[in-house]
Design a protein around this ligand. Sequence first.
Ligand code: ATP
Length: 322
Amino acid sequence: IERIAVLTSGGDAPGMNAAIRSVVRSGIYFGKQMFGISQGYQGMINNEITPLNSKSVSNIVQRGGTILKTARCMAFKTPEGRKTAYENLKHHKIDALIVIGGDGTFTGAEIFSREYNMPVIGIPGTIDNDLFGTDFTIGFDTANNTVIEAIDKIRDTAASHDRLFFVEVMGRDAGHIALWSAIGGGAEAVLIPEKETHIDDLVEKLMVDLKNQKTSSIVIVAEGDHGGGAFKIAEKVKERFNYDTKVSILGHLQRGGSPTSFDRVLASRLGQAAVEGILKGKNRKMVGIISNRIEFTDLTLAIKNQIEVDESLIDLVNILAI
Ligand code: ATP
């Protein structure tokens, strides 16, 4: 393997730049020629492939987003699209690919690698932390820190007005951000996609809080919870419970910002391990960190084996909210 290309795909996540930098510099360290593909798989099809040197990745370790840009690309789901992508890689004599993204990105990489016998390693870059084979994905820690900073601010106004706040956080299918930020932000309750939403239980809990003279309450709602999101939950609660209720949807600000130290170090470790892995002949694997050690997991397992939510964290939210 002499020429390795890197791309970012799917949703952006803080720390992707630190991963790109690590991949590029590790590759150069091992004497390889490195290339960047813009706009994920779309750029592979459009031939947006350029050489990267050490300087190309200067001054990006601290930046959110991705300098390579990312895109969702329907054409890559078709054999014709992937054929064009392969011809472009061949034109640049690329012999291995490192993809940074989530489960969709890995699904595409797995199919492409089998079709064209192209070595590929995936790096988990998504704020959702929903991939099997790593304790943490790049961006999760930064997103949690962004969310708790917002919760802290909302808490100030909630406490000043004796209000009940429903704060909606990202997580269509996974409640990890909701759970972690509920614990870190001291929320009274949390609603996540992995669990049924029982409005009765929630109302009962909030009434007890009121009796105990809690001056403010914050309920964290993952966007994919079964109650239909923070606005719907707030409406249902208000029907039953006369309390000044407010809703705050944090939205895309959760995806931005400078990555935390944790995400930068994680991204740097995974980037280097991905390059070393591919040079040692690993293929169709995701590189992850399990119990603080680098581990490689088959892409197919990383995608399919949705990690389960840690029940003890749900218990912890409830224990600490008495
Ligand atoms: P996030 O978790 O942030 O959403 P993701 O990697 O799961 O990230 P997707 O939009 O699901 O994001 O996937 C990224 C891209 O991967 C798609 O736009 C598409 O180009 C490619 N892809 C997804 N599924 C397939 C598939 N079945 N075949 C080929 N390519 C695919």
